[in-house]
Write a protein that binds this ligand. Sequence first.
Ligand code: HPA
Ligand code: ZN
Length: 343
Amino acid sequence: MTELGLPERVRTAPKCELHVHIEGTLEPELAFALAQRNAVVLPYDSVATLRAAYAFDSLQSFLDIYYACTAVLCCEADFHDLMLAYLQRAAADGVVYAEIFFDPQVHAARGVPMGTVIAGLQAGLREGRTRYGIEGALILCFLRHLSAEDAMETLLQAKPYLGALAGFGLDSGERGNPPGKFADVFAACRALGLPVVAHAGEEGPAEYVQEALDTLSVARIDHGVRAIDDPALVRRLAANQIALTVCPLSNQRLQVTPDLRDHPLPALLAAGVPVTLNSDDPAYFGGYLNANLAAVHEAFAWSDSQWETVLGNAFQASFRNETWKAHWLHTLSLHFADDQIET
Ligand code: HPA
Ligand code: ZN
């Protein structure tokens, strides 16, 4: 067992992360350093006051602080530094590959162009690969609390950078912003040949998960935990092997599932839904990928074989090719069969 209470075999396993917002990896210390570098004033007077504000009672209470802190991200170097800091932490948790969300509309609203954001994030990805041996890919997220027209305009701005993107996503305040609002935008994204995902069934109902499948043709659902309220939908997710990118500490901190022992993860897994585990906004929710796995282990004490299944699901649900997936699934199976690793 490690200091996190996570079995050594799970802690050191190779991992794939599919649901992490780069803006949600902004640690308070880096936020204050960037604020000083860019002469931006944060509405908090110290790291301690900022951290103390991380007592969330809903998704919106988190988003208010998350968006406020993005004010310190101004130039290419800021996005580079943010990405590199995330990759260092993720690699330390065994992550070998991550598909990473970014929210360009938040930055455009402060006058930071798409090209600056993407160039900085890509520079960070290149350096992370060299320094830590971790690979990453970018998923551009549209903000669902803004209009479909705004999303379509954002897509136009992204067209020169399509080669830098692994897909498109949908995030921000879910209630009152059903997936169907973005049907045309997502059709345009798919027409460009890129896969799409959407946050659904986090605070919103199971119907939003269904709607994301029906109107957006998403390849995965981000969160999706409320799907548990609709048995037919659970059967559909299992039958079509549609992965859910579940974020345990996020669900706990945003009061979706205050006690993880009540989390629908075991029921979804037992029903054959390919669940994956992810960190969402690790700087805000109490930890990176292994901290999420440790919280799940504390709640459910999964067997090695259950861990191998769940960690394997993420490689399988990634947007990489079949050869790459087969390589990592094989590496994972060797890791779980290695009797040199202490249990
Ligand atoms: N849900 C919706 N939008 C978000 C989240 C989330 O968990 N994190 C960052 N943007
Ligand atoms: Zn998210």
